[in-house]
Design a protein around this ligand. Structure first.
Ligand SMILES: [Zn+2]
Length: 188
């Protein structure tokens, strides 16, 4: 490429700004729409509900459970007031480390972290309710909630597995894109 054109290409698509949160968002939505028919073909008996669970898991994984929750990103801000749940993650996990961006392991660790964060938040909230509003046994409430959640998950194992698969795929797509852009930057 002539020097002038190369400069123009770099100026229009500055690699240091890519892939931004918005680029990741657009790619997530576009790839979800493109992959939906293939997912439908892959699901057992071509079940539309299972396909929707997989695509919803992918979109949720890309837009909300993004690898970039390890920084003050579009995905982090998208949680609104609930971003407080991700604040320790953002503070503790180094940006683009294997903990957040590891292919496969990143999304699984985020699911584990989020489950723990929800538990801690529910524990604190029930403590406040117990102290200020109505007496209750919060350990009992949390145990019942866990039993109910496990029962729902075991009743809908296939849907849950496909949704989790979609969520993991979104994390892999994000990590792969970041790696591709980093490699392109080195080669450029
Ligand atoms: Zn990233």
């Amino acid at each position: 490429m002539p020097r002038g054109l190369a400069f123009q290409a770099r100026a229009r698509f500055p690699l240091t700004h890519m892939p931004s949160g918005k680029v990741h968002d657009k790619i997530t939505v576009a790839t979800a729409a493109l992959a939906a028919p293939a997912v439908w073909l892959l699901t057992p008996s071509h079940d539309p509900l299972t396909s929707c669970a997989a695509v919803a898991g992918y979109v949720f994984g890309g837009l909300w459970m993004s690898d970039d929750l390890d920084t003050h990103s579009v995905a982090y801000k998208r949680w609104g007031a609930l971003r407080i749940l991700w604040w320790p993650y953002k503070k503790l996990v180094p940006h683009r480390s294997w903990i957040s961006h590891g292919l496969g392991v990143g999304p699984l660790l985020r699911v584990a972290y989020f489950t723990l964060a929800l538990y801690v938040a529910a524990h604190a909230l029930l403590g406040i309710i117990n102290t200020w509003i109505i007496p209750l046994n919060r350990d009992d409430v949390l145990r019942q909630a866990a039993i109910w959640l496990l029962a729902v998950l075991s009743r809908h194992q296939s849907l849950a597995a496909w949704a989790l698969g979609g969520l993991i795929a979104a994390g892999i797509a994000h990590g792969a894109l970041d790696r591709a852009v980093s490699t392109a930057k080195k080669l450029w």
